[in-house]
Design a binder for this molecule. Structure first.
Ligand code: ADP
Ligand code: ZN
Ligand code: ZN
Length: 676
């Protein structure tokens, strides 16, 4: 018996290519969503079958056949295909460019004789249910506000977006856990997705989730995992063994056939936006995905993004508010503003700050010193001539790392040993200028001899589990003073911190970037949340030259609403995001003139497409103009009409592909950029 002819439309990871037609060999079983091996030009690549047809428009002798159906797992579902198709269209990429890269590499390698062994290896690390669950951690009784929030979400039939707004420690995570519990209990197949920010929050939170659901296989997906670990988690979610998936932004693309609830923790966090490739926002896709699934999505934050806050104000999102700290006795901290050290001072820690640390130590409570700059000093300089340490590949200073005795570029990783003398004039007294966490650690050791000081930043925590171990020490009281960057600001539930000392927020206050203030405010609210989680009221001391800045007043009242409304009013007056929609075209080449030339041509082409609903700015060099010897420019386009902008981008991007590209020009289009 012969079968009717079958043709597959296959997604491949290639720019600008639509799904490609292949013939399904007569003896091959194929389904939509199958991973298949096909030849593409001279290469053999793994693709995904997006559609099956009984006819093809391509001339039959030019059609190639599918080489192999991988059959390593069940086919990807139509919901997943729709999600990747939408993402591709929204972010102006080909469908294949959105669909393939989000599947872990281990699952889309061309098959080899080792395939069976490889898959067995992956299945070996798949998360499993605890065979003999440790006693399940009892969940606390929700307070009235938490209960109201949980009920609002559960009583929702179909899709709705909720913004769960509550200060750090107000019990948002507890709300997530209760929601998960209810959703999983209500349906034996149901799955839940919890998205968390990139930085190192996962181990602690995953631990909390596992403790609460010992009888569930909880999968975790994090960009720092090995590819095999990712593949295992991805498969567990795809095949349904894992009903809970906790993951960073990439997890929004996990295939979950029975997904019934999506939670996005710290929804304002910038790590939800991918910086390369598809440049998607996992938070925005979470809302879209929930709407397609007709299920609720909850975005949680103590300091929501202005985009989400505006949507809550307009009623597009339902606002759920937690006003109190959940744990008993926990109080909001007192905020004290104090001037920074005078120019030329020996230490960045002023006398006032030193005394505050001293008295906190005397009370037996911990201190957290926050400085958002790692390394010893941001630059080395020669006082005898004009020499400063700079990266050979980027338009940036190299940072002095004392322990490693190296100058390191924080943008590209370029490193050199510290020179013995000034490379320009031979002066042997070259000096560190400015202060990073490593130097603060040294200062503190001098100021408070005998105290146990621990630094947590990306340098100290570069080894796997080092950060976890450091946080464990803090929790166990094995640390008196903790020094750190952004990393310590996030999500950690330190119980005994009595004082948070914030050094040099002024750099961010002065920054021209529109989002720098928002980010600073969010970070300060978060670090402030570390003080006085339980027991005695905590203090936050901030060394700043701008005590009058309204940002600090809002912080002192722990009043996000005051801050957000102010910021939104300003955005509205200046026609900024979210009152306007933007896309950013970036280009890089060997020479700046080449990248700007390309952008000029792109701007000219835009004029012919856009009509008057889209505004095209002039091309400009990027703030960090040279990165890894490539010179970069950018071009902003914006519109108050999202659909008009989208239509414009679709047409524009096909023109951009055809523009001449001297100097190995590469370009990327980013929709809803964070920095523009
Ligand atoms: P958030 O996620 O808003 O920072 P968490 O959910 O982590 O807040 O709660 C902060 C602390 O309060 C945690 O130690 C948590 O166990 C505790 N907690 C939360 N809700 C309650 C509750 N209803 N009763 C008692 N303790 C609670
Ligand atoms: Zn010199
Ligand atoms: Zn560099």
């Amino acid at each position: 018996m012969t079968r009717v002819d079958q043709f597959a439309r296959v997604l491949v990871d290639a720019p600008g290519l639509p799904p490609l037609d292949y013939r399904v060999p007569e003896d091959m079983l194929a389904a939509t969503g199958d991973l298949v091996l096909v030849s593409l030009g001279a290469r053999r690549v793994v693709g995904v079958i997006a559609e099956l047809h009984s006819a093809s428009d391509i001339e039959s002798r030019r059609l190639k056949s599918i080489l192999k159906n991988l059959r390593i797992t069940a086919p990807l579902g139509s919901e997943w295909l729709q999600l990747t198709r939408f993402a591709a269209s929204y972010y102006i990429r080909s469908w294949g460019e959105a669909a393939l890269p989000v599947i872990p590499l281990a699952l889309r390698r061309a098959p080899t004789p080792q395939q069976e062994k490889r898959m067995a290896g992956i299945r070996n690390v798949m998360p499993k249910t605890d065979a003999c669950p440790k006693s399940r951690v009892t969940s606390p009784k929700l307070n009235d506000e938490q209960r109201t929030a949980v009920n609002a979400v559960l009583s929702q039939k179909g899709f709705a977006s909720f913004l769960l707004f509550g200060v750090t420690g107000s019990g948002k995570t507890e709300v997530y856990l209760h929601l998960m519990e209810e959703v999983l209990r209500g349906n034996p197949e149901a799955q839940v997705l919890l998205l968390v920010p990139e930085i190192n929050l996962t181990p602690q939170l995953v631990g909390r989730v596992r403790a609460r659901f010992p009888e569930e296989a909880v999968a975790a997906l994090n960009s720092e995992f090995t590819d095999r670990e990712r593949a295992a988690a991805w498969l567990a979610a795809h095949e349904g063994q894992a009903r809970i998936l906790v993951g960073t932004r990439m997890a929004i693309f996990a295939s979950m056939r029975h997904l019934r609830l999506i939670l996005v923790d710290e929804e304002h966090d910038h790590s939800y936006k991918a910086g390369d490739g598809l440049r998607y926002s996992a938070r925005d896709l979470a809302v879209w995905r929930a709407s397609r699934l007709q299920c609720p999505v909850v975005l949680g934050s103590a300091t929501p993004s202005l985009e989400s806050w505006a949507k809550a104000q307009s009623g597009a999102y339902k606002l759920l508010t937690l006003t109190k700290r959940a744990a008993q006795h926990a109080q909001l901290p007192t905020v004290v503003l104090t001037p920074p050290p005078i120019k030329g001072a020996r230490s960045m820690i002023t006398e006032v700050s030193r005394e505050a640390v001293e008295s906190c130590l005397a009370e037996g409570r911990q201190i957290l010193v926050f400085l958002n700059r790692r390394g010893y000093s941001p630059v080395l300089s020669c006082p005898a001539c004009e020499w400063v340490s700079t990266c050979a590949r980027c338009s940036a200073f190299t940072v002095y790392h004392k322990r490693e005795n190296a100058l390191i570029c924080h943008h590209c990783g370029w490193r050199r040993p510290v020179p013995e003398a000034c490379p320009q004039c031979g002066n042997v007294d070259i000096l560190p200028r400015g202060t990073g966490t490593e130097r603060i650690e040294e200062d503190l050791a001098l100021l408070f001899p005998g105290k146990r000081i621990l630094r947590i930043d990306r340098d100290s925590a570069s080894k796997k589990h080092a950060a976890e171990e450091a946080f464990r020490k803090v929790h166990q009281g094995e640390v008196d003073i903790l020094v750190g960057t952004q990393m310590v600001a996030k999500g950690h539930d330190f119980q005994n911190v009595g004082l948070v000392l914030v050094l040099n927020p002024d750099a961010q206050i002065l920054s021209p970037s529109t989002r720098a203030r928002e980010q600073l405010f969010a970070t300060l609210m978060q670090v402030a949340g570390r003080a006085g989680r339980t027991g005695e009221r905590g203090r936050v001391m901030i060394q700043t030259r701008f005590p009058e800045d309204p940002l600090f007043a809002a912080l002192a009242h722990q009043n996000y609403v005051e801050f957000a409304e102010d910021a939104l009013r300003e955005r509205k007056e200046n026609a900024g995001v979210p009152f306007i929609h933007q896309a950013l075209l970036t280009a890089e080449a060997d020479m700046l003139s080449q990248s700007l030339g390309f952008l000029e041509a792109a701007a000219d082409a835009a004029q012919n497409i856009c009509g008057d609903s889209v505004l095209v700015y002039d091309p400009v060099p990027m703030p960090l103009v040279r990165l890894m010897n490539r010179e970069r420019g950018q071009l902003l386009v914006e519109s108050s009409d999202r659909m008009a902008l989208h239509r414009f981008l679709v047409e524009w991007s096909s023109v951009l592909m055809k523009l001449p590209k001297p100097g190995k020009i590469t370009w990327a289009l980013e929709v809803d950029p964070l920095e523009a």
